[in-house]
Design a protein around this ligand. Structure first.
Ligand SMILES: [Zn+2]
Length: 126
């Protein structure tokens, strides 16, 4: 009987390991493992909140032409109250996933979620 070559076993282990690793990283992405909410006003990031590290609700008041009350809790963030004329921002609801944004146009305030996508490590196969 022909024994499998050690190289074949190594390749199999390598492929198997990569698939398991990819599976695990996809799963952690689904949980939104790493979501940072940026609160931007006039193009400037004024607050940066790691939504996964919130134990108690964080309330941020943005003052300006119109005032916004932004609440971050349980991995989500939202415009809770606003005295802008259209109140569209309040109706946008909670956002939690990287890539999502909520905007209060009259106040010029943007909440943007960024995530772990930038931190992904490339798999190097030697
Ligand atoms: Zn608004």
């Amino acid at each position: 009987m022909k024994k499998p070559k050690i190289g074949d076993i190594l390749i199999f282990v390598l492929i198997f390991g990569i698939s398991v690793g990819m599976l695990l990283s996809f799963q952690s992405n689904d949980e939104g493992a790493y979501a940072v909410a940026q609160i931007i006003k006039d193009g400037e990031v004024l607050h940066s909140i790691n939504l996964d590290q919130i134990d108690e609700p964080v309330i941020i008041t943005m003052k300006g032409k119109y005032n916004n009350v932004i609440v971050a809790e349980e991995g989500t963030i939202r415009f809770d109250q606003s005295d802008c004329p259209d109140h569209t921002c309040e109706r946008m609801g909670r956002i939690s996933r990287p890539g999502q944004t909520a905007v209060c146009v009259p106040a010029g305030v943007i909440i943007k979620i960024t995530g772990s996508a930038e931190d992904d490590t490339d798999i190097v196969i030697g």
